[in-house]
Design a binder for this molecule. Structure first.
Ligand code: 9Z3
Length: 329
């Protein structure tokens, strides 16, 4: 049987499944996995009730991943390899999804950009407050509007159960938490979406071949063999949440290969679209690559402070609506 979202026979070889089993089998246990699971199910339940959508419908839920994963080199980690991502894309996209009525599970790298904090200074907590003439602490007038907006919007999103934040640092935590989210969202079928903006490591050191203690520099030059991280997109699309609408991202620094690589990812994983972006221009424009063709999405340069995520999320939401409609016919 074929379906609009099934991977069918073209999916990657079954060897991927063995790699995935071995990745999860050898990974250190996810801390607080039961609490995370409970939080997730509560959030999904609250947003799946007929009242949640407001106009009688259920609220759509999107998992936005954000920030880069680390690859530890030691079990008691002192050194790690990192992946570039400030988290701005994920944070901005989350704000636009919430504004549009989605409930967002924000799976983010600790310490990266957070929703509603983008207009605050880099070190918001310390920069935003002052003690005028020895009186009590207060928000600096120059930051007052931005702080009020950030606090109000973030608290409203959390109070209305529209935002659930789940942190990760390394590749193990990221993929284990994504698996929990994927399986928890399975029953939502096409109403669920994955928007995978996190920069995920391609290579890692398997936990059982990693040294426990800090690598000693006295031992001379270091040779490390990195294994390939199994392509979890495949398992997300075929097993965890096969009916969910799925958007992945492709980042390149060479514009000449970007669209070709995005097209390859689209065909290989049968995601519903790949958002292709180049490192230097990622805040200005992206190309949404899908079987309907390529769409260039640009930030509105006439509007100061506008985000490329504004038109991008509108386009993705329209595609999601069409997908839900198609899935029900
Ligand atoms: C992206 O391409 C994101 O748009 C950025 C956002 C990481 C460029 P910032 O967080 O940047 O706003 O600073 N994310 C996906 C990157 C990635 O690792 N993609 C993999 C690939 O290109 C596929 S999962 O192969």
């Amino acid at each position: 049987m074929s379906s609009i979202n099934g991977l069918g026979r073209e999916g990657p070889a079954p060897v991927v499944e063995d790699e995935i089993t071995s990745f999860f089998g050898s990974a250190p246990p996810l801390k607080d996995s039961e609490k995370i699971f409970e939080k997730l199910n509560r959030f999904i339940e609250l947003n799946s009730s007929p009242q949640a959508g407001g106009d009688g419908g259920e609220r759509r839920i999107v998992c936005v991943t954000s920030g880069g994963t680390t690859v530890p080199l030691e079990q008691r980690c002192v050194r790690y390899i990192d992946n570039f991502s400030s988290g701005n894309r994920g944070a901005a996209s989350t704000e636009y999804f919430v504004k549009a009525g989605y409930a967002v599970i924000f799976l983010y790298r600790r310490g990266t950009c957070q929703p509603y904090c983008r207009s605050l200074p880099d070190d918001p907590f310390l920069e935003c407050f002052e003690f005028p003439d020895g009186s009590d602490i207060q928000v600096r007038s120059s930051h007052s509007e931005a702080v009020k907006r950030a606090v109000r919007d973030q608290q409203a999103a959390v109070a209305e159960s529209r935002l659930l934040k789940l942190p990760f640092t390394n590749i193990f935590e990221y993929l284990q938490t994504l698996q929990l989210i994927g399986t928890a969202l399975k029953d939502l079928g096409p109403d669920a979406m994955f928007y995978l903006a996190a920069a995920v490591s391609d290579f890692y050191v398997p936990w059982n071949s990693m040294t426990e203690h800090k690598i000693q520099s006295g031992a001379g030059p270091l040779d490390i063999r990195l294994a390939q991280v199994p392509k979890m997109l495949w398992v997300l699309r075929t097993k965890w949440a096969p009916s969910a609408f799925c958007i992945s991202f492709k980042l390149e620094t060479d514009s000449k290969i970007l669209l070709e690589k995005a097209g390859m990812a689209l065909r290989k994983y049968k995601v519903h679209a790949v958002v292709a972006n180049e490192l230097l221009t990622r805040k200005e424009e992206v190309v949404v690559v899908s079987t309907d063709g390529n769409v260039l999405v640009r930030r509105d340069t006439d509007k100061p402070g506008s985000d490329v995520e504004d038109p991008l999320i509108r386009l993705i939401m329209d595609r999601h609506s069409a997908y839900i409609k198609e899935s029900h016919t």
